[in-house]
Design a protein around this ligand. Sequence first.
Ligand code: RTP
Ligand code: MG
Length: 148
Amino acid sequence: MERTYVMVKPDGVQRNLVGEIISRFEKKGLKIAALKMLQITRELAERHYGEHKGKPFFEPLVEYITSGPVVAMVLEGKDAVSTARDMMGATNPLKAAPGTIRGTFGMDIGRNVIHGSDAVESAGREINIFFAPEEIIEYKRATDSWIY
Ligand code: RTP
Ligand code: MG
């Protein structure tokens, strides 16, 4: 089963959207395999967003993602990476489809509420950065065998 790394960014936490966002993924059928709140350090931010180093938005991005606590999770399910990305919507909330998380809750590309891995490979990398293996729980839900 595929896994993805999803994170409610500091603005999502400040705006009390944590429950709403987790609820959307739960209702969709994605399984929560790991979940925690943490304060991202500069070092961790630079690792996580390493692909953007040198871009004009890199420094503001690091400041944004370290500006307050985030809620990090591993979600599991069929095509988890693309399913979660579709539910989040486009990077720029003004371009994100209505009904998506960013399309519903965002107004600014620099305050876009949520992060989700963009590929299976980056999901593996990001899960490793944020979670120790023992923090990821394998379990069965009552509904797994006959709905999902
Ligand atoms: P994320 O990694 O946070 O899930 O977002 P994403 O894949 O949709 O977008 P990505 O290209 O990876 O960019 C990472 C984050 O950087 C900020 N950004 N600002 N001002 C700009 O042009 C700009 N471009 C990107 C956004 O906060 C984006 O989520
Ligand atoms: Mg990205």
